[in-house]
Design a protein around this ligand. Structure first.
Ligand code: GLY
Length: 438
């Protein structure tokens, strides 16, 4: 029997738990999270609630349970050194050590790494330690089309883009100054125009195994309007590419990730073991890197893991042992659509502590619990994305219909985007790329 310590309590960790349990091997899950996720509770043999920003309680649990290995879902504990803390107890993780997790937690580290090792995909960028030169760079070098990136984790809110979150060069300069005073540095870079896609790869430090590409939808409301969120929903296609991508776009993203894994080792002496999740954008001049994350995407994990055909436990062990090249990592050739239900007012003023009830859904739809807490009398929302519904089918259109039908069964103070994965929105993406490529 394999005993696995699973850290995190969102929908991403729920699908991770489900995928571990699908292993042909006997699996016992010991779960640790900030709140009681009913989906993970149902799949685990022990469920402990505790902090994720300190590791004493987590280490105590690992000492008691002696797991074969750990899987750590969320970005914050990875950036704060949860993998290093567990390694002190000789518990290895399917997640990277803190030094290589800088790939996500430090935007300047990643830009410098790509530049130093001549890896394609970087924008024109500059790292400022003081405000001197910021104005000239934004106005003259970048011509007013720019991105300002805080050099630390800010819960997905650290990156601000001109024309979207920053409405003038002045606002950009002000935000850059704030970043410098908070983190001691700021990355300012060229703004890319194109279509974004997520390409996640299992990585054992040297070898990588790509997963199907996914497109996320960050804006809160239909038609890509409203404030940025953690991601309102995602889709993937049966051919493991996306309808607006060319085969060479995926090849390029894979090449960038392969080179980055090797550069990370050369630079730090530590192997990146976990998920290298590239946020890429295809532009009129090819594929560029927006950012790397050092974990599964959320919602992206809900698109790819239900399709995984290879034993996930074996993949985790191969990542940890550096033997990923001996495994044939396979995903079934199906399309998926994931849609999140979120509390009213999300993301800025979400209702909290409200009950949510799911009606009778079709057997074919998958339900993953996210930011909810299970109490004696039902399930309550905690203020962030609450439930994810996933449809899996031969086409994106059919997968969308499965997820959409399930959304309408939910009762509570909630809303969702009903355009994600629809034919109309997919066509808009295709037309956008056609126009850009000329
Ligand atoms: N899909 C966005 C994220 O996981 O950061």
């Amino acid at each position: 029997m394999k005993k696995i310590l699973l850290v995190g309590n969102g929908a991403r960790e729920h699908v991770i738990a489900e995928t571990l349990k699908r292993s042909p091997q006997e699996v016992s899950i010991i779960a640790y999270g900030k709140a009681r996720n009913p989906g993970i509770i149902a799949l685990s043999d022990r469920y402990e609630v505790g902090p994720l920003d300190t590791f004493e309680q987590l280490k105590k649990l690992a000492t008691e349970e002696k797991p074969d290995f750990a899987v750590i879902g969320p970005d914050d504990p990875i950036a704060d050194g949860a993998v290093d803390a567990l390694l002190e107890l000789e518990v290895h993780s399917m997640a990277p050590l803190q030094t290589v997790a800088r790939l996500e937690s430090s935007k300047s580290f990643t830009r410098d790494l790509l530049a130093k090792y001549k890896i394609p995909g970087n924008p024109k960028f500059h790292i400022f330690l003081t405000e001197q030169g910021v104005e000239q760079y934004i106005r003259d070098e970048l011509g007013g089309d720019f991105v300002v990136k805080a050099d630390g984790l800010m819960g997905g809110k650290g990156v601000k883009v001109s024309g979207e979150h920053l409405h003038s060069a002045e606002e950009g300069i002000e935000y850059a100054k704030k970043c410098i005073s908070k983190f001691g540095r700021v990355v300012i870079e060229e703004k890319f125009v194109g279509e974004e896609f997520s390409l996640m790869c299992f990585c054992d430090g040297e070898n990588i195994a790509p997963m199907p590409a996914v497109q996320d939808h960050k804006r809160a409301y239909n038609g890509d309007t409203g404030p940025n969120t953690g991601g309102m929903g995602t889709y993937s296609d049966a051919d493991h590419s996306l309808p607006f991508l060319k085969p060479e776009d995926i090849e390029k993203a894979v090449e960038i990730t392969k080179k980055t894994a090797r550069a990370l080792f050369e630079e730090t002496g530590a192997e990146f073991k976990g998920i290298m999740y590239g946020g890429f954008i295809v532009t009129k001049s090819g594929v560029k890197l927006i950012e790397y994350n050092a974990r599964f995407g959320d919602p992206e994990a809900m698109n790819v893991l239900p399709l995984l055909e290879t034993d996930f436990v074996k993949i985790c062990e191969a990542v940890i042992n550096g033997t990923l090249d001996t495994l044939d990592v396979k995903f079934s050739k199906q399309a998926t659509v994931c849609k999140y239900i979120v509390p009213k007012g999300y993301p800025e003023n979400p209702v909290k502590g409200e009950k949510i009830e799911v009606g009778k859904t079709a057997e074919e739809v998958k339900l993953y619990y996210a930011s909810v807490d299970q109490k004696e009398d039902g399930i309550y929302m905690s203020g962030s994305r609450a439930l994810a519904f996933v449809g899996v089918a031969d086409t994106i259109g059919d997968a969308e219909k499965i997820a959409a039908r399930a959304l309408s069964t939910v009762n509570g103070k909630v809303f969702y985007r009903d355009d994600i994965g629809t034919d109309a929105l997919i066509q808009k993406r295709i037309d956008h790329m056609k126009e850009l490529r000329g």
